[in-house]
Design a protein around this ligand. Sequence first.
Ligand SMILES: Cc1ncc(COP(=O)(O)O)c(C=O)c1O
Length: 496
Amino acid sequence: MKLQPAPLPAAIASSADLDPEDWASARVQAHRMLDDMLDHMQGVREGPVWRPMSDAARAAFAGPMPWAGEGLEAAHADFMDQVLPYAVGNTHPRFMGWVHGGGNLAGMLAEMLAAGLNANLGGRDHAPIEVERQVSRWMAELFGFPQGASGLFVTGTSMANLIAVLAARAAALGPDARIEGVGEAGTGLTAYASAAAHGCIAKALDIAGLGSAALRLIPAAPDGGLDCAALAEAVAADRAAGLDPFLIVGTAGSVDTGAVDDLAALADIAARERVWLHVDGAFGALAMLAPELKPLLSGIERADSIAFDFHKWGQAPYDAGFILMRDAERHRAAFAVAAPYLERRPRGLAAGEPWPCDFGPDLSRGFRALKVWFAFKTYGAAAIGEAIARTCRLARDLGARVDAEPALERMAPVPLNIVCFRFRGQNPSATDKLNAEIVVRLQESGLAAPSTTILEGRLAIRAAIVNHRTRSDDVHFLVDEVLRLGRDLTASGEIA
Ligand SMILES: Cc1ncc(COP(=O)(O)O)c(C=O)c1O
């Protein structure tokens, strides 16, 4: 039976709203906006990676609240003039700074569809939540988790790691701690991660009320992964001192160098010590999509939880972090709250338990899942995996080129897609400054955008190849430009 909507009373039907008065011209304008973004994406390689904002460009944002609207066409013109030219640049193939994904067309279009639906994925019974559940099942399959595993889209891995810490805390302290606070029992809880772990792990312990000092940073072994023997010793020493080890965080792809901990060995220690094993795989976890890389992550299937980002190697437009939990009940026990205004019903719109809001801190949630669902359906998981594998091949190629250039020094192994290196200055005390200047000049010229990090007290140029658009000539161009700038800056005596 087809439902016919009842006619609205005239007063409601004619009330003012924000929809266009003239849908035909709104449609023309909407198509223009879509065309502009398609042009931008198609031609991204031709433009600069990034350009600094002039004072005048920044001043465009000083205007007061626009109480009277200027219309869609004018707002779009402002976007084209004031915003688009000064974006961060991570869609560009020569953006290699930090760990930024390149985005993709299917994801961009899906974002538009998601905004059009304007779905709230906190809960209730509707198809957008089924999309998120389907992606969760895909991820459970990918990581070898049981099909009853729970998954949740979040902003990014910082939030996903926090959710894992909170779940591990709830598992260690039991349900009362959610009401009474962590109390005395919480003071002994101790967590472990590699010294190369991301800073958001310590921050998560801080936010969880356990204090960042509750995180033991275990030194790395020569391959860059956490030293498992040192971990076992630290756990034993803490137990002997009356502390309560509750969480081991493995890193699958460290932020500085891409190092991967021995996850199978960590799983053995976690099982023996009966502690929660969480894997921070912010970018590295999706190496599971690439058959040639998957063996590096062996053992990840034994974790209690895995945090990762689709917006990094998964190439989804920002933001699209994800937390996957082996045991949905333990996950839910850490976050679910009852409230009369959120009561679940067996039928109607309030059906469909459990709701996503039962698995994390957010109640209102956008439809992040759609852009990932679209990309997987459009390109296929294998193509995304191949793009990931290609970035690692490019990184090995870049590492080999660095090794072959006497003026350059590689500063870390290249297990995945990150290459850390530097120009050998004539004056060791000025070499950090020289390399920092090389990076800034590369960025300001718009030619390429690596970033920097500090390895064993020495500044490194860090090229993280994440973007599916990056090609071999891009990484060789980066090396050529580093050599040119290093030689120019040294020869001119600016930084000798
Ligand atoms: C290993 C690791 N963990 C956590 C994060 C934080 O992720 P996000 O920026 O998505 O919060 C990053 C970011 O690069 C990372 O590399």
